[in-house]
Design a protein around this ligand. Structure first.
Ligand SMILES: *Cc1c(COP(=O)(O)O)cnc(C)c1O
Length: 222
């Protein structure tokens, strides 16, 4: 068994069957994805549209591609034909353009609403207030070609586990609120990365996005 296959197996055994593992392959070569694919894995996450499109062109078509990065609205058209789930819908403009591109492709695009739960001001997302306003407004009913599946969030990058836990619990509470309005179509709570997924699943996550714990540290070009 390769290292990648071993890492996948040990993480999956911690997660159990009810949590979806998105293997975050950003910056990693297609050969690494193929290794995971051959071990049976199908869900992969990328944060750059061009990289995701290039990889999807050369890899098997039954891979489910997750866009986990910040979404530029002018790039949505490139992923609309094939993306499985867009995690980073962090403002209404993204929903509006995703709806338009979904219509052009005659497919409903599955999306998560990204919520800003961290202390850092650099992380994108709806605030809790903006999210509640959007849900209560029922404007989401007007978007025929998107399917809102749930919420996504990133905790503060800190060693303070209690803080991370508080942030994840806050997102879980918002998820329950949204589900009480939109109903059973809401079934995905994407939270947890290599460093904090254990805390996330304890707080109620059912989808984790894990990169370095599967593929090793990323080498960004200097
Ligand atoms: C890179 C990234 C991850 C994975 O990070 P790791 O710490 O390598 O597990 C998860 N979510 C998002 C949004 C990312 O950009």
């Amino acid at each position: 068994m390769t290292d990648i296959a071993k890492n996948l197996e040990s993480i999956q055994s911690v997660l159990g069957p009810s949590v979806t593992l998105v293997a975050v392959s950003k910056t990693k070569p297609a050969s690494d994805i193929r290794e995971a694919y051959e071990a049976g894995h199908r869900d992969f996450g990328e944060n750059k549209i061009q990289e995701m499109t290039e990889k999807s062109d050369e890899l098997p078509s039954d891979i489910q591609w997750h866009m986990i990065g910040h979404v530029q609205t002018n790039k949505i058209k490139y992923m609309a034909p094939f993306v499985h789930l867009i995690h980073g819908c962090d403002r209404e403009k993204v929903l509006k353009i995703a709806d338009k591109e979904g219509r052009k492709n005659d497919r409903k695009l599955k999306v998560l609403l990204q919520v800003h739960i961290a202390e850092e001001s650099t992380k994108f997302g709806f605030s809790a207030e903006e999210l509640r306003e959007f849900i209560e407004s029922k404007r989401w009913e007007g978007y025929e070609f998107i399917e809102i599946k749930g919420l996504m969030g990133m905790a503060t990058n800190t060693d303070d586990k209690a803080q991370v836990e508080r942030e994840f619990k806050m997102l879980k509470a918002l998820y329950d609120e949204v589900k009480s309005v939109l109903g059973d179509s809401i079934d995905t709570l994407s939270m947890g990365m290599s460093g904090d997924y254990a805390i996330a699943i304890n707080a109620g996550s059912n989808m984790v996005r894990i990169g370095s714990a599967i593929f090793g540290a990323r080498n960004y070009p200097a």
